[in-house]
Design a protein around this ligand. Structure first.
Ligand code: TRP
Length: 334
């Protein structure tokens, strides 16, 4: 609890271009959370270097991600948005937790198995202990809730196990976090294969709408979206491409899928698709304009980065000091 509010923590990587799916499914819904929770959103650049990065590119993307969050409406005075690498407590707690994590536990992580298959030439120790750093992120802030995708549930479970293990040994040190499965944001699927989630790492650029796509590109991608040959506008699982377009339209206009179906009743896909394009443009255009404006306001962004890093250091150092004391590190002489 901070100021009577429960704590929410989430981390995001600055690799890959964010998609409409990231926005409608997550980011957009986070804005309302800042009233209910004390929110920490970390740009987890330390996690990013578990795979090889171009340094200038990583720095650029991390800053853009930071600005994008602010542009999307996350007020940096109400939400602590900060770079993980600016707060050394993460590395320090990760080391300690490493000493409480078993090789066997980490070997079972499916993301480790997937990533080591994908980067067979660079299976480094950081990739292996990635989930421990993630646990440190969360536990440092005594987070109650962690919004994560299904792919991160195994890491969150490990985090809970580590918290409990540590608490059993040393008394109540860590809050044991819960996954936050939101009042479900829209789940947006690929435009080219609607049985797959829209992903920032999709190799087919037509499968995803990126937040920075220009209006023509958005329109083109919507018009080319894969549908079916039934030709009738219904909202059902048997027509996944159409269902996805209805979901996108609904999420962008604030309508329910049923209202959208009504609106397009008797019309063809040829009318729906450009309307989806327009709806997406009307959501992304203001976001892009705000992003452009903020990108130019270096002083404002820099001061938000600095103030939030300080806040993150302040909050996390309290947990870190407690942990250091518990494991037997000597007290600091002032
Ligand atoms: N591993 C997460 C991902 O790839 C990112 C992440 C790092 C994270 N630390 C976190 C998510 C803490 C939630 C909480 O998506």
């Amino acid at each position: 609890m901070i100021d009577g509010k429960k704590v929410l923590f989430s981390g995001m990587q600055a690799t890959g271009n964010l998609t409409l799916g990231n926005y409608l499914g997550a980011l957009k819904n986070w804005i309302s959370l800042s009233n209910e929770y004390e929110c920490f959103y970390s740009v987890v650049d330390m996690h990013s270097i578990t795979v090889r990065q171009d340094p200038a590119e990583l720095r650029r993307r991390a800053r853009n991600l930071f600005i994008l969050y602010v542009a999307a409406g996350l007020d940096p005075e109400k939400n602590c948005i900060y770079y993980q690498s600016h707060c050394s407590a993460h590395a320090e707690l990760a080391w300690i937790l490493n000493c409480f994590t078993y090789m066997g536990e980490l070997s079972r992580m499916t993301q480790f198995k997937d990533k080591s298959a994908k980067h067979a030439d660079n299976i480094n120790a950081g990739l292996f202990t990635y989930p421990v750093l993630m646990a440190a992120d969360i536990l440092l802030y005594q987070a109650d809730v962690v919004p994560v995708g299904i792919d991160q549930m195994q890491h969150l479970e490990l985090t809970r196990n580590l918290a409990e293990r540590f608490n059993n040994l040393y008394g109540d040190v860590f809050t044991v976090p819960e996954a936050y499965i939101g009042k479900v944001g829209a789940k947006i699927m690929s435009l080219q294969d609607p049985t797959k989630k829209m992903s920032k790492s999709d190799e087919n650029p037509n499968a995803s709408i990126y937040l920075m796509d220009d209006p023509d590109t958005i329109m083109r991608k919507c018009k080319r979206a894969v549908t079916d040959s039934e030709g009738i506008i219904c909202y059902r699982d048997e027509q996944p491409g159409l269902k996805n377009l209805i979901d996108i339209y609904s999420a962008c206009t604030g309508k329910t899928p049923q209202e959208t179906v009504k609106e397009f009743e008797g019309k063809g896909y040829g009318e729906l698709k450009p309307a989806v394009g327009e709806a997406v443009i009307s959501v992304l255009k203001p976001l892009q304009d705000e992003f452009a404006r903020l990108s130019k306001d270096k002083a404002y962004i820099d001061s938000a980065i600095k103030a939030n890093a300080e806040k993150a250091m302040y909050v996390s150092s309290k947990t870190l000091r407690k942990v250091q004391k518990k494991v037997g590190f000597p007290e600091r002489v002032r």
